[in-house]
Design a protein around this ligand. Structure first.
Ligand code: SAH
Ligand code: SF4
Ligand code: F3S
Length: 484
């Protein structure tokens, strides 16, 4: 293991209050040999996890294409496959390990194929050691802090035919001017920050992503303006905690100010995720209520409706504060839709405490929700708590919860029947190839029949049916569609 650069759980936990993250412009400068490394070779990137990882996957693809690699549709055609991984819950990790297992067959047929691993899994000391030991086919490993080392590491693997591992546990930098191959040509993710300092007691993210570091306002606006001039209609501002945006910069602007400036660019649709209920200020609510291009959709993770559990989770709000914030958002932002994340079965959660979560669901009647059974993550405080609740009990709670969440999703979706909504067209519907699909401002998925719609158009659809996870509709013409 000595020849490898490995992460350290102790260092991953470390934070410095006065830390100012260095900004690195021209982040990926390639040597002549690196630019030619992928001539006649193909790559494939498999991304798991959150939008931050999706964005990283786009950057990894961008770096590989700058190295002359071209995209392989099929895994079997690839000369390099990179697994961009997520560690948020045990099943996310198991899934990736399963995929590595299945790649053995490809490697056998094509021994020169390089299998790379990056993202949040290798940021954990024990996990990366286990992978090094048990999965010899993984020859290239890097972490979330050094995506820009990919050219150097890959060149080493090819030239030396030896495994290269470089994972850093550092506070982190801000990388600008990153190459990227974006997933879509009409909607894009824009990172506004990385890292997280909240340390919710169950969560691995602060350990895998480092200290919170915000990009400068002008660098974000430059990216948004470039996307707009390329014809992008929608951007989603990304951060683990967008409401804390700018607090590490001391430049006197908040997320509300950033929203206002991004709205001023005139891009058609602006979304953001994730907003923690803590630090959600009035400026954010007011500006979203005021501006037409700030979409009326808020993801407001609850996690639990019980105060003791919230405290043990380190969430820093009470159920009363959550409820008040929720109600304020509902009353101030017209037609807003609200989604949430909920964890059931936090260590020692009692039936009564779980019922407080159910009560909050009855109150908030969410448009959409993601619910999870608590998964113990190594090195986190919650993983050390003794737990007396059985997994059967936890799964049974999840089922009860999902039933109510599903009921409200459907109820809320049915309220749209008969209304005409704006839809940004994403492409052919996955449900029915004769239909297209896209999202409404409220982030509702709509499958619709059409006569004049192309990817990237903003068109009108009359809603005919509301199901649990989507709406059905028919394109209508009001004469103010945007086909630009
Ligand atoms: N930064 C976001 C959350 C990102 S993780 C926020 O604070 O809202 C996405 C969701 O995964 C979390 O909201 C939480 O509901 C869930 N999650 C995180 N860690 C988990 C764990 N150890 N077990 C189960 N669910 C977890
Ligand atoms: Fe995890 Fe909490 Fe940070 Fe969200 S805010 S990423 S749940 S530690
Ligand atoms: Fe997963 Fe890492 Fe995102 S753990 S949720 S990919 S920050």
């Amino acid at each position: 293991m000595n020849e490898y650069k490995l992460p350290s759980a102790k260092e991953a936990r470390f934070r410095r209050k006065t830390y100012k993250a260095p900004i690195i412009y021209d982040s990926v400068l390639l040597t002549e040999s690196q630019k030619q490394l992928g001539v006649n070779l193909k790559y494939h990137v498999l991304t798991y996890g959150c939008q931050a990882n999706v964005r990283d996957g786009e950057v990894i693809s961008g770096i590989l294409e700058n190295m002359s690699y071209t995209f392989a549709e099929k895994l079997s055609d690839a000369d390099i496959i990179i697994l961009n991984t997520c560690a948020i819950r045990e099943n996310a990790e198991k899934r990736v390990l399963g995929v590595i297992g299945s790649l053995k067959a490809y490697k056998r047929l094509k021994p020169d194929m390089i299998i790379g691993l990056c993202g949040c899994i290798p940021q954990q000391e024990e996990m990366v050691k286990m992978i090094i030991e048990k999965y010899p086919i993984v020859e290239l490993i890097f972490g979330t802090h050094n995506i820009t080392s990919l050219p150097k590491l890959l060149e080493n693997v090819i030239n030396t035919k030896k495994r290269n591992v470089e994972v850093l546990s550092v506070l982190g930098c801000i990388y600008e001017d990153l190459p990227s191959v974006r997933q879509f040509e009409h909607k894009a993710f824009v990172n506004i920050m990385d890292g997280c300092d909240k340390f919710c007691t169950y969560c691995i993210v602060p350990y895998t992503r480092g200290q919170q570091r915000s990009r400068k306002l002008e660098d974000i606006l430059k990216e948004v303006n470039e996307l707009k001039s390329k014809g992008y209609k929608e951007i989603t501002l990304l951060g683990q905690n967008v409401n804390a945006y700018g607090k590490d910069l001391d430049q006197g602007y908040t997320f509300g100010d950033l929203l206002e400036k991004v709205s001023d660019t005139g891009i058609k649709r602006v979304r953001f995720t994730t907003s923690h209920p803590w630090e959600f200020d009035d400026k954010m609510i007011d500006i979203i209520a005021e501006r037409e291009n700030l979409m009326p959709f808020i993801h407001l993770p609850l996690q639990s409706g019980n105060d003791e559990i919230l405290k043990l989770m380190g969430r820093r709000y009470t159920s009363k504060q959550y409820k008040e914030l929720h109600d304020k958002i509902k009353s101030k932002i017209k037609n807003v839709s609200i989604s949430t994340d909920i964890i059931v079965g936090f260590p020692n959660e009692t039936e009564e405490q779980f019922l407080d979560t159910m009560k909050m669901v009855e109150h908030c009647q969410y448009d959409n929700a993601y619910s999870f059974v608590f998964s113990a993550r190594a090195e986190t405080p919650a993983a050390r708590m003794k737990d007396t609740v059985s997994i059967t009990e936890k799964k049974e709670r999840l089922q009860r919860l999902n039933k109510r969440l599903g009921y409200y999703s459907k109820l809320n979706n049915q309220k749209w029947v008969g209304q005409i909504v704006e839809v940004l067209v994403d492409g052919v519907s996955k449900k029915n190839p004769a239909f297209m699909s896209g999202y409404t401002p409220q982030q509702k998925l709509v499958n619709f029949s059409y006569d004049n719609a192309e990817i990237g158009d903003i068109i009108y659809v009359e809603i005919t049916q509301g199901m649990k996870n989507s709406l059905n509709g028919v394109q209508v013409h009001l004469g103010k569609e945007n086909h630009e």
